[in-house]
Design a binder for this molecule. Structure first.
Ligand SMILES: *Cc1c(COP(=O)(O)O)cnc(C)c1O
Length: 392
């Protein structure tokens, strides 16, 4: 299996068949497992072997299939599936950190990630230094001999700034710090986080892995040692387990994730190119546009530019709202990576909680619109967007 290409792994890796030889993965919708004898129960609680389960909060065969498949795809030894992307981010960080530890994080983060680092971890005595993730000197200054971990989103939400993962990982590893990456925007298809130096890779499976807006889910990918000895004990006792049904949806999602992401990213690039220089826009941000400030890093670390584009609309909130309200195919919603094209106005929704100054420092203007490109026909999506811009 190790020499299979990613697309083959995404279809077959991790498959476990029951005695019935089913083609499609079975949903083991059970919270518990029975033992033949009391002795067997005792032995399993001391140490459960491969394919020996105790309770679904600890593990489940359908969940295990998803964990093995995503680990194979990501190129890590193991993975632990969680109830949501946030359970994965919190699990990865909280399981490895203790009071007094030092963490360096990029500042441009998904709102809930920022909450974990800024509010939760700080309350438990973890010291966090925030840096401009695109400034390598800032990382060099901030990472110290006693820094335990660095955290970053390879492509930041919603501004799509790209962090040079390889360079940051070199800085972190030189000081012995672990590199934890939230790789949602780069996707398991386009990103190569492990190749570029990540020690732990976290996904919200809610996004491209499901890709059809049905289920919440998340996953922590890393070494067997980290996943089973550090992350798993924390997660199995604090209750962030993924439902077997949702794991099955994610398994099925992985089978088509390459096709979907490639098609969505192709449309996203076409749309971004077509909109560059549009008179109603201050800016079009897309990682694989040559005008992107971190274009070189984006080309090096991502096979395609991702499924999300950011438009800065002239006229601030008023015109941005007019644009959103005029769209017919692209729907107002805050998910991303979905087969349906979705649009959101971060300043008034996902990043509303932040102060004006915080938003400004992250580059979230009142005219910024984040658009997740779906699987619709490219010309239809482009015509919808151009038509709505005409309404401004
Ligand atoms: C959506 C998202 C999350 C959180 O995932 P959930 O599944 O909604 O909990 C974390 N990080 C990034 C970058 C995201 O886009």
């Amino acid at each position: 299996m190790t020499d299979w290409s990613p697309r083959t792994k995404a279809v077959h890796a991790g498959t476990r068949r029951s005695q019935y030889g089913e083609v499609s993965e079975a949903i083991f919708m059970t919270q518990g497992f029975v033992y033949d004898t009391a002795e067997q129960a005792e032995a399993r609680f001391i140490e459960s072997g491969e394919d020996e389960y105790i309770y679904a909060r600890y593990g489940n065969p359908t969940v295990r299939m998803f964990e093995d498949r995503i680990a194979a795809l990501e190129g890590t030894q193991d993975a632990f599936a969680t109830a949501s992307g946030m359970a994965a981010v919190n699990g990865a960080l909280s399981s490895m950190l203790a009071a007094g530890d030092h963490v360096v994080s990029s500042r441009a983060l998904f709102g809930s990630c920022l909450y974990i680092l800024e509010d939760v971890l700080a309350r438990y005595g973890v010291k966090v230094t925030f840096v401009d993730g695109t400034d390598l000197d800032a990382w060099r200054d901030a990472v110290r001999d006693d820094t335990k971990a660095v955290f970053l989103e390879t492509v930041a939400n919603p501004t799509l700034e790209v962090i040079d993962l390889k360079a940051v990982a070199e800085i972190a590893h030189a000081k012995g710090a672990s590199v934890i990456v939230d790789n949602v925007f780069a996707t398991p298809v386009f990103g190569h986080a492990v190749r570029d130096g990540a020690d732990v890779v976290v996904y919200s499976a809610t996004k491209h892995i499901d890709g059809q807006g049905r289920c919440l889910g998340g996953v922590i990918c890393g070494t067997k040692e980290f996943v089973r000895k550090v992350a798993e004990p924390y997660l199995k006792h604090t209750g962030g387990a993924l439902s077997p049904f949702n794991a099955w949806v994610m398994l099925k999602g992985l089978e088509t994730v390459h096709l979907r992401c490639a098609a969505q990213a192709e449309t996203a690039l076409t749309v971004a190119r077509a909109l560059e220089g549009h008179p109603k826009l201050v800016n079009v941000a897309y990682p694989h546009l040559p005008s992107h400030p971190q274009y070189a890093a984006a080309k090096r670390q991502m096979d395609q530019g991702g499924t999300v584009i950011a438009l800065d609309i002239k006229g601030g909130k008023e015109e941005a709202f007019r644009f959103l309200n005029a769209l017919k195919i692209v729907t107002i919603s805050n998910n991303l990576g979905d087969s349906k094209s979705l649009v959101t106005h971060p300043a008034t929704t996902t990043h509303q909680r932040l102060s004006d100054n915080q938003r400004k420092s992250l580059g979230i203007s009142d005219g910024l619109v984040r658009m997740s490109i779906g699987l619709e026909d490219t010309n239809d999506v482009l015509a919808d967007i151009k038509g709505a811009l005409d309404m401004i």
